[in-house]
Design a protein. Structure first.
Lengths: 274, 307
């Protein structure tokens, strides 16, 4: 589905601090927001930051068509995200959206969503849409510590929520890939969706492949244009180098070269998003 | 009857409705920007570089953001001239503006093959010979950094290409004027400059280079003063038209390049920040002309006041 991309000045409705490094920003417009699907992203312009020249890509965290509202979940990493986390109600944010191809929205299936760190960002919109389509939804969230596990209550609106933390302060202790859902018994899912650090996604994709389950992963390669013009964000696929911004960010893990063969099933949950 | 003010310019046989072109490698094949602007409102589009054979380009990571700019190491990823002719060229025929092909390769024979095939495509108005790409191991910039090789490739392509031949120059040289004069003598109809400056980025935490190729090409507003100086030097030395490139992000930048001697300009990296920037630059040039009561762009090009 080709959706017309738009360049919009959106109003900041609210900016909520979730923890030391994450903010939830609600945006709206006097004009109708374009239709968006889970997994798509927006390229956001950071104003008045001389060292932040390029736009910043963020997945669409929530989109409410009826309320004409959308949310971005932003992790403070560098100067650009620091400026965004300081946005105040009433300020204007210039965004380019909707970009890229989203997740496959199945119906009446058993689905597992795995998010690591800030990788839970696109999974809210996805969980909501999957739940609407009659799917059985399980959401597995991983982090270093309890404070890294964001929006647990909100995710419970759409299905079962399971948690793993490396220090054991919330949910099961260990890596997300060591959680009993992924490591014990036969995996009873029709499809797995995953977003998080590269190592985590590779490990989940490996587990999925061994169980014969399709796994869709959302990549966050560094990018410039966001529209397939600069060819900077490529990933090696079975069809050669492809732009993450236009052919992704969501890929069937089997399409990604070297992803599911011979990967060690251990990794740390850390987020490298810019 | 011409509309007032007249933004049209001529680059050899090429008639541009306005001096705003898009820089190769920053505008894909045009259609990427169809959602944001009417591409036909531009003077022309210089599409992504085409080589004789399919090239996968360099491994990821290919990009590093820098202060007011970025480094890239894409490495001429494209599917080759035969794929271009069969699958991409038909998508370009819908445009009612000048479509210019950027031609690169690793050998003189490769450049000649691509140029010969481009010569047969009626909707390709001109070619821009890329002898300045810093991101390939062989060819590219190697041709543009010494006079004998720049002459050799320009002459060879000139023999097989009948329409307007633009040669894109590298700033990674001791004297860009020497290369410009050599290329002019070898048969170029116009020069475009500058391509990216060879640069580098390091991650202090990991002690590793950011780019997979270690070095890459720097672009964006950070390079504008260098580009402006080189355009001014070259425009003062050659008789053929010069197309200015380097960090142009607004109409004011474009006018500065024209004052320095550019007949037309290319917008590159700025397209990534604002995909509608090119049409805004066209409008801004028009407003500048109205404000200064100028009829045509010859009243700007090369009109720098130095005394």
């Amino acid at each position: 589905m080709e959706m017309k991309k738009q360049l919009l000045d959106l109003n900041v409705v609210s900016n909520t601090r979730l923890n030391a490094s994450h903010h939830l920003i609600e945006l709206s417009s006097e004009f109708p927001l374009p239709a968006m699907i889970p997994g798509q992203f927006a390229e956001v312009k950071v104003e008045n930051q001389p060292d932040t020249y390029l736009r910043r890509p963020f997945s669409i965290h929530r989109f409410d068509h009826a309320a004409n509202s959308m949310h971005l979940l932003i992790k403070t990493v560098g100067e650009g995200t620091k400026a965004l986390s300081a946005l105040k109600k009433g300020e204007i944010l210039n965004v380019m959206l909707p970009l890229g191809k989203g997740f496959t929205l199945v119906s009446n299936k058993k689905t597992l969503l795995v998010g690591g760190g800030c990788g839970i960002a696109p999974l809210y919109f996805l969980a909501e849409q999957l739940s609407k389509r009659g799917n059985d939804v399980t959401i597995l969230i991983g982090g270093r510590s309890a404070t890294d596990i964001l929006l647990q209550k909100e995710y419970q609106n759409f299905g079962r929520v399971a948690v793993s933390t490396e220090d054991g302060t919330d949910g099961e202790k260990g890596m997300v890939t060591q959680h009993s859902i992924l490591s014990k018994g036969k995996l009873q899912f029709d499809r797995i969706y995953c977003c998080g650090p590269d190592g985590m996604m590779r490990a989940v994709a490996h587990i999925a492949e061994r169980a014969g389950i399709i796994c869709e992963v959302s990549l966050e390669n560094t990018m410039a244009c966001g529209i397939g013009a600069c060819l900077c964000c490529v990933v090696e696929t079975n069809q050669g180098n492809q732009c993450v911004c236009t052919e992704g960010p969501v890929f069937d893990s089997r399409e990604l070269k070297g992803w599911t063969k011979g990967i060690e099933v251990s990794c740390t949950v850390e987020n490298n998003s810019q | 009857m011409s509309t007032f003010p007249d933004l049209s310019v001529k680059i050899h046989d090429l008639n541009l409705k306005n001096p705003v072109l898009t820089a190769s490698g920053t505008f894909g094949y045009g259609h990427e920007y169809d959602d944001f602007i009417d591409v036909n409102a531009l003077g022309g589009v210089i599409v992504k570089a085409t080589t004789s054979k399919h090239r996968e380009g360099n491994p990821y990571p290919r990009m590093a953001e820098t202060a007011m700019g970025m480094l890239n190491a894409v490495g001429l990823q494209n599917k080759g001239i035969d794929h271009f002719v069969r699958h991409i060229y038909p998508t370009l025929e819908k445009y009612n503006t000048n479509i210019i092909a950027n031609v690169s390769d690793s050998t003189v024979e490769g450049y000649v093959e691509v140029a010969e095939k481009m010569n047969k495509l009626s909707h390709i108005a001109a070619i821009e010979l890329n002898i300045s790409c810093p991101n390939v191991k062989e060819g590219g910039m190697a041709f543009g950094t010494s006079c004998p090789s720049a002459i050799a490739v320009t002459q060879a392509v000139r023999e097989v290409y009948d329409k307007t031949l633009i040669v894109k120059l590298s700033p990674n040289v001791t004297s860009i004027v020497e290369i410009a004069l050599a290329v002019e003598a070898a048969g170029a109809d116009a020069l475009s400059l500058i391509n990216t400056l060879l640069g580098m980025a390091i991650n202090a935490e990991t002690r590793k280079p950011v780019l997979s190729t270690i070095t890459g090409g720097l672009s964006g507003p950070a390079i504008k003063p260098i580009a402006l100086r080189m355009v001014w030097q070259v425009a003062n030395a050659v008789k053929i038209p010069v197309i200015g490139i380097g960090g142009i992000s607004g109409a004011n930048d474009a006018i500065e390049f024209m004052l320095a001697g550019a007949t037309a300009i290319q917008v590159g990296t700025a397209n990534f920040i604002d995909p509608a920037v090119t049409t805004k630059i066209v409008q801004g040039i028009k407003e500048y002309m109205l404000k200064h009561r100028l009829d045509n762009l010859s009243q700007i090009t090369g009109q720098l006041i130095t005394s």
